[in-house]
Design a protein around this ligand. Sequence first.
Ligand code: MSP
Length: 512
Amino acid sequence: MSKAPFYITTPIYYPSAKLHIGHAYCTTIADAVARYKRLTGHEVFFLTGSDEHGQKIQRTAEAQGVTPIEYVDKIVDSFKELWRRLEISNDDFIRTSEPRHHEVVQEVFRRIQQNGDIYKGEYTGLYCTPCESYWTEIQLDENGCCPDCHRPVEKVSEEAYFFKMSKYADAVLKHIEENPEFLEPKSRRNEMINFIKQGLEDLCVSRTSFDWGIPVPGDEKHVIYVWFDALTNYLTPIGFLDDAERFKKFWPADLHLVGKEIVRFHTIIWGCILMALGIELPKKVYGHGWLVINGGKMSKSKGNVVDPMLLIDEFSADAIRYFLLREIVLGQDGNFNRDALIQRINADLANDLGNLLHRTLNMINKFHGGELRETAGLTELDESIRAEAVATAKEYRALMDDMKISDAVKLVWKFISRCNKYIDETAPWKLAKDSTQAQALANVLYNLAESLRIIAILIEPFTPSTARKILEQLQIDNNFDIIQFTDAEIFGRLEAGHRVGKPQQLFPRIEL
Ligand code: MSP
């Protein structure tokens, strides 16, 4: 049976500085979704990358006495290293400085220009260099600064190319209004509807004041506006220019996952570009909230950035992934706090999950020489844990399909707590002392091992390395290229006679 394709993207990150935990948040969510989709039998294409052009990068490189490409090469290596360590399972990494991407951007520009939707004119406007954004007078904040980053804007006047956004405004508005699933959550949708209703001007899509960018075809003193260049990255690796079949398979993208401040670019500007190209819009743009520190945005200037690499060194990638996915409700802002992270590691990972695995394997080894036995004559309690496992997998699927990731995490941990309670209720150490209870003991131990097998599959999208470790200790093949979600939907896959391994600690407790 051919697998349904699923194309998911993160934004491509600016290599203007090292990535912080807020960037890692965005990529971790996308990774959890990508892994879940693979488990549920989709052919996933998961894309992330780097957005390398623009005046800001050029200026930073100059200040450091290196060329832009020398400067970005080093930083992009650090992105790749972070994603590797965080176990991000992206299928490709697009760099906007790559020739494959230049070709696509120039072709997109050319096609829109040939249709008459890109024209030459004179641009005078207010530009925020750090955000690479033009603003109109009314959009500025109360100090006359950039409404996003609140830094001063510059007045620029130059010959430039314009994209006829105004021509597509009504069509994009209609698309947003008529397709509620196109833009989520709802709050973002309302923002964008109001934004378009205020009126869209044509967009300036070229600059002449610097040259670190993709030249306008046939007029090389202009470089293409960095957002026009960046958004087009989503078309580059799926065969837009060179593989029509592959392009048809993966486009329209199933999900562009982006931070809330760039929803405008991904729905309105990107929507207009795609309409001008005569290409379908992505199926969904999801605008997530920000990770904040004590209620404020993380920024280099505030000196409150949290380096994800150091956190991984200290606590492990899975602990960080778990915290981000569990603590922050997708779509809302969430606070990053070191003490809260440590508490989650201790309570949920070391205690609830770690102890469940440890106690279960310990008892199977101690009472049954590491072997699972045939079950028979189940009690109501035994039946209820089995029913809850199956119900958990079912509800989990519904939540994940609905992007309720933190709820899905909580649901699995509710089942983990249920299993721990089952141990306390059945007291296998007492059953082991009573020879008339041999079958009851076999039933409990089997149910626990089987529940752990199911838990391991359900947590793989969140904490992949822990999932593999649990299966390894249960001595079950832990290759997630083969394991499917359906393996978690059926209770009773483990065979009597299966031998489990010795327990090994999953997460050490952290002293506060
Ligand atoms: N280069 C553009 C995206 C172009 S996509 C065609 C860009 N880059 S960025 O590096 O500034 O941001 C990338 C993503 O990181 C954005 O989705 C942004 O919302 C996200 N985050 C940056 N700081 C964040 C937090 N503190 N919290 C959550 N996400 C954050 O924008």
